[in-house]
Design a protein around this ligand. Structure first.
Ligand SMILES: *[C@@H]1O[C@H](CO)[C@@H](O)[C@H](O)[C@H]1NC(C)=O
Ligand SMILES: *[C@@H]1O[C@H](CO)[C@@H](O)[C@H](O)[C@H]1NC(C)=O
Ligand SMILES: *[C@@H]1O[C@H](CO)[C@@H](O)[C@H](O)[C@H]1NC(C)=O
Ligand SMILES: *[C@@H]1O[C@H](CO)[C@@H](O)[C@H](O)[C@H]1NC(C)=O
Ligand SMILES: *[C@@H]1O[C@H](CO)[C@@H](O)[C@H](O)[C@H]1NC(C)=O
Length: 506
C-alpha cells in the first residue's frame, strides 16, 4: 500500500504512520498467532494511539495558528476525541467493526489534514504585520494602533519552521519509543536539594532548548544544574527527543507533561475547573473573527494561552517539587547570560518570591493590574504598590509552604471566576499572591522588554544575567527586532539535524 506524499507539511509523520498502519494490518492478517483476533485488535489499538497523538498535535497547532482556523481547530479536536473514543472501547467487542471505524476515522484524518494545509503557514500574515509595524518611523505607536490585532496573532502563532520541528521530533518519538522512554529509576539528582534547580514550563521546543543551552553554557559547573522542563501532552514527545539529542555537559534535564502531576485536577485547581466550565468554552469558541478584530482586550482574553494550565503551573512549584527548598523559575522567552548560582546565596529575609521590580512613575503599579473599584481589592492592596515581573523568579519553596501562598492563590482565583478582580494573565494573581512576600532583586538580574522596546541600552543588556524577550516580537518570529535576535539565536542548535531540516533562518 503506497501513500502518496504531495504536501511537504504532511510528509511526516501522518503518512509515515498511515503507512505503518496499513502495512501492519496486512502483516497481521498473514501471520497466525495463538489469538489472531486479539493480536490484530492490539495492533490496531497501538496504531490508533499513535494517530490519536498526531491528530491532537494538529489540533493544538491549528488552535494556535489563528482565529480563522477555529473551525479546523474544532474539527481536529473532534477527530482526536473520536480517536480516544474508539480507543476506549477496551477490548473492542467486534473487531471487524472496530477496524471499519478505524479506517473511516483515518480517512477523515487524511482529508482534514490535506484540506487545512494552507492554514499551517502563517508566514504571510507575519510579513504583512512586519510591513505594518515598520512602515514609517513611529514604529511602536503604529504597532500599538494598527497592528495590535495582527501582532497578537503573530505572537501567538507558530511559524512553519517551529511547527516542522515539533512534528519531526514527534515523528521520531513515535518511530522509536524505546530510545526515549524515561529510565525506570529517575536520577537522584532530580530531587537533590543541594543542587541548582530550574523550572521551565513551555510548549515551544526550540525556546525551551535555548533557555537550557544558555544556562548550561554560562554555568561554571553544569553538573550541578538541574532543569525541570514541563510541557503539555501534545509537545511531550518532541521535548523528550529534543533533550536527548545532545549532551548537556553533565547538566540534568527532566521532561514531564502536566498530566504527570496527578494532583493538578479540576477538583483542586480553580483554573482547570474554570477552563472546563461550559460558560468559558462558549466564550472561547463562539466569538467570531469580526468581533474579535474590534475588541483587542476580548481577543487577548480569548486566547487560551492566557488561561492555560501551563501558565498557571508556576503557582504549584512546592507541590511539584516536594523535596526541594528553592527553585529558579524561568520563562521560555529568556536567555541566560551568566552563571546564576549567586542567586542561591541571596538572603531572602523569609520572603517567597525574588523578582525585579518594574514600576516607575505611575506605571506598573498595582492599580494598573487589578480592579480597585472592587471592595475586596481595595481593602487588601495598596494601589501604589510596585509591580514586579515574571520571567526570572527565585522562589523559596519552604517560605512558600510556610506562608501558604498556594491557598492564597486559590482563594483569589476562585473569587475571580467572573473576572471582576482582574482580566487576564498570571501576573495579576501573582502580584496578589506574593503581595507581602516578594523580595526585590537587583535589576541587572533580569532585563526586560526585548520583545517590544527597541531602545533598551546595549550596556544594560550586556550586564544582564538574564534577558527577557517579553512582548510580541519573539526572537523565533520573523518580526523579532534585529538588534536583539542574535542574543537568542546564538544558543539555537543550528547544527542539530532536526533543526537543520526545518529551515530556520540563521
Ligand atoms: C467524529 O465522530 C462523530 C460521531 O460519530 C462524527 O459525526 C464526526 O463527523 C466525527 N468527526 C471527525 C472529524 O471525524
Ligand atoms: C485531585 O487531586 C487531589 C489532590 O490535589 C487528590 O486528593 C484527588 O484524589 C485528585 N482527584 C482525582 C480524581 O485524581
Ligand atoms: C458580535 O457582537 C455583537 C454584540 O455583542 C453580537 O450581537 C453579534 O452576534 C456578534 N457577532 C458574531 C459574529 O459573533
Ligand atoms: C462575581 O463573583 C462573585 C464571587 O463569586 C460574586 O459575589 C459576584 O456577585 C459575581 N459578580 C457578577 C457580576 O456575577
Ligand atoms: C470592578 O469591580 C466592581 C465591583 O465589584 C464591578 O462592578 C466592576 O464591574 C468591576 N470592573 C471590571 C472591569 O470588571
Amino acid at each position: 500500500m503506497a501513500i502518496r506524499i504531495r504536501n511537504p507539511t504532511l510528509s511526516f509523520p501522518l503518512p509515515i504512520l498511515l503507512f505503518f498502519f496499513f502495512s501492519t494490518l496486512l502483516l497481521s492478517t498473514a501471520t497466525s498467532s495463538p489469538d489472531p483476533i486479539r493480536a490484530r485488535a492490539n495492533l490496531l489499538r497501538k496504531q490508533l494511539t499513535d494517530l490519536s497523538y498526531v491528530s491532537s498535535l494538529y489540533a493544538g497547532s491549528s488552535r494556535k495558528l489563528s482565529l480563522e482556523t477555529s473551525k479546523q481547530s474544532r474539527l481536529f479536536a473532534q477527530l482526536s476525541q473520536n480517536f480516544s473514543i474508539l480507543l476506549s472501547s477496551n477490548p473492542p467487542q467486534d473487531v471487524s467493526r472496530f477496524e471499519r471505524d478505524a479506517r473511516a476515522l483515518i480517512s477523515s484524518a487524511r482529508a482534514l489534514i490535506s484540506a487545512s494545509k494552507d492554514s499551517f503557514d502563517p508566514q504571510l500574515k507575519i510579513q504583512r504585520l512586519k510591513d505594518a509595524i515598520f512602515a514609517g518611523n513611529e514604529q511602536l505607536t503604529k504597532a500599538k494602533k494598527s497592528g495590535a490585532f495582527s501582532s497578537l496573532i503573530a505572537a501567538k502563532s507558530i511559524p512553519k519552521s517551529l511547527h516542522c520541528l515539533a512534528m519531526k521530533l514527534t515523528a521520531e518519538r513515535v518511530a522509536r519509543p524505546e530510545k526515549y522512554t524515561d529510565p525506570v529509576q529517575p536520577a537522584p539528582e532530580l530531587e537533590d536539594p543541594r543542587l541548582y534547580h530550574y523550572a521551565i514550563f513551555s510548549d515551544n521546543v526550540l525556546a525551551a532548548s535555548v533557555v537550557v543551552n544558555s544556562a548550561v553554557k554560562n554555568s561554571k559547573d553544569p553538573s550541578r544544574h538541574i532543569f525541570h522542563v514541563v510541557t503539555d501532552r501534545m509537545n511531550l514527545g518532541a521535548m523528550q527527543v529534543m533533550f536527548r539529542l545532545k549532551d548537556y555537559a553533565g547538566a540534568h534535564i527532566e521532561v514531564k507533561a502536566i498530566e504527570d502531576y496527578k494532583f493538578l485536577n479540576s477538583s483542586y485547581v480553580p483554573v482547570l475547573r474554570q477552563l472546563e466550565s461550559a460558560n468559558l468554552q462558549r466564550f472561547y469558541f463562539e466569538n467570531k473573527l469580526e468581533n474579535a478584530t474590534k475588541d483587542t482586550t476580548n481577543m487577548k482574553f480569548r486566547n487560551p494561552k492566557y488561561l492555560s494550565m501551563l501558565n498557571h503551573l508556576r503557582f504549584y512549584l512546592p507541590e511539584m517539587y516536594p523535596k526541594l527548598h528553592r527553585i529558579l523559575f524561568l520563562d521560555d522567552d529568556v536567555v541566560v547570560q551568566r552563571d546564576l548560582t549567586d542567586l542561591w546565596k541571596i538572603d531572602m529575609d523569609g520572603k517567597v518570591n525574588g523578582a525585579v521590580e518594574t514600576c516607575f512613575g505611575s506605571f506598573h503599579r498595582y492599580a494598573q493590574y487589578m480592579n480597585f473599584s472592587h471592595p475586596l481589592i481595595k481593602e487588601k492592596f495598596d494601589p501604589n504598590a510596585c509591580g514586579w515581573a515574571y520571567g526570572m523568579n527565585f522562589f523559596d519553596l519552604d517560605a512558600w509552604r510556610k506562608e501558604k501562598c498556594t491557598e492564597q492563590y486559590h482563594y483569589w482565583q476562585n473569587l475571580n471566576e467572573n473576572r471582576t478582580l482582574w482580566k487576564l494573565g498570571t501576573l495579576p494573581p501573582g502580584l496578589i499572591t506574593f503581595y507581602s512576600t516578594t523580595k526585590p532583586l537587583d535589576k541587572s538580574w533580569h532585563v526586560l522588554g526585548l520583545g517590544y522596546n527597541p531602545s533598551i541600552s546595549m550596556e544594560e543588556i550586556k550586564n544582564a544575567a538574564v534577558v527577557h524577550f517579553n512582548g510580541n516580537m519573539k526572537p523565533w518570529l520573523d518580526i523579532a527586532m534585529n538588534q536583539f535576535r542574535p542574543l537568542w539565536a546564538k544558543y539555537v542548535d543550528y547544527d542539530m539535524e532536526f533543526v537543520r531540516r526545518c529551515n530556520f533562518p540563521a
